[in-house]
Structure formats: structure tokens, C-alpha cells
Write a protein of this length. Sequence first.
Length: 202
Amino acid sequence: MTPSQPPTPSPSSDATAADPAASPSTTPPAAGRRRLLFAGVAGAAGLAGASFAWWKFRPHDVAPGAEQALWGLQFDTPEGGTLDMRRFAGKPLLINFWATWCPPCVDELPLLNTFYRTHSAHGWQVVGLAIDQPSSVRQFLTKLPLDFPVGLAGLSGTDLGRSLGNLTGGLPFTVVVNAAGQIQDRKMGQVTAKDLEVWAKG
């Protein structure tokens, strides 16, 4: 009896195994390049978005003369008086730009009010500059009275904020000025208790 021999593979099955293009699980090169290109574009877009967000929420340089001009400003108050910034010269000062239509602004006002109550005895002053309609501010303050003075800054407050580095005009925006009249710090966005703690220590 002749021993059985292993079956000889057919030429067609060899060709299929040796040809990567014939395998259904292998990605065609063009599709792979398209995916890599898409990933690269998406990554670049993400970096561009992050860079824009960093630029948007980072205070920019203070305009020349803005620190000195600050002390010559006057604003109407909700009570009908005048808020003269010169009266705060020589004290550490926190200036908060806010509006009634800005939820983060409204959220941080009680925190700022507590800071003022706690630190006014140590010389600290807080001033709120409302970028808003006077009637809206007056109505708002009947519901949430503040111990620190508020100025009705309106559109001129937006220009002042830009001169102090808030180029986008976003709210809230906070500026901390030391007793020597120099800008110590600025923050775009909602203030935290940690921010206030750091500023109070100087």
C-alpha cells in the first residue's frame, strides 16, 4: 500500500495568503492615510482652541497710564451720589467688574461682600463697578444689598476694563491694587475663596 501524501495546496490558496491586499482584515493604505490626516487636523484644531481659550481668559498688558487714570475717575452710584476713586488711594483695593445678567458675577458677590466685612478693618476696600443698566442694578441691590460701594460704570466700565487688560470685555473681571496704587493682580472669571486668601496676604 502506498503511504498517503499530504494534500498539495492549490495555487489559488497560496496567492490569497501571500497577497495582503486580498485579506479582508487589512486596511487599505489610502483609508489609513485619511484617518491619520483627520487625526492630525483634529489635533491641530484642539491645540488652536486651547490656545484661543488661554488667550481669551488671560489678562493682557495694562495700557500705558491706566493705573494713574484710574484715580481720576468718578461714577454715579445707585443711591444717587458720586463714587470718587480718589478716596480709595493709599489703601489695598479690590475692583470687581460685574453685571446683573452675569451668573458667575452674581454668585461671587456674597463672597466679595464677606471679604470686605472681614478685611475692611485692616484697610481693605472693595468697589463694584456695574457694567449694566442703572435700573437693573438698583432693582438687584434691593434683593442683595452690598456693604461695599457700587459704581454705575456702564459702557465706560467696559473701556476701563480693556485698559486694565480685559481685552475681550468678559465678566466677571477683578483687579487688585496695592496700597502704593500699583496693580498687584487681575483675574478673568469667578473669584474663589483661595484667590481672596492669597490677595489678602499680599
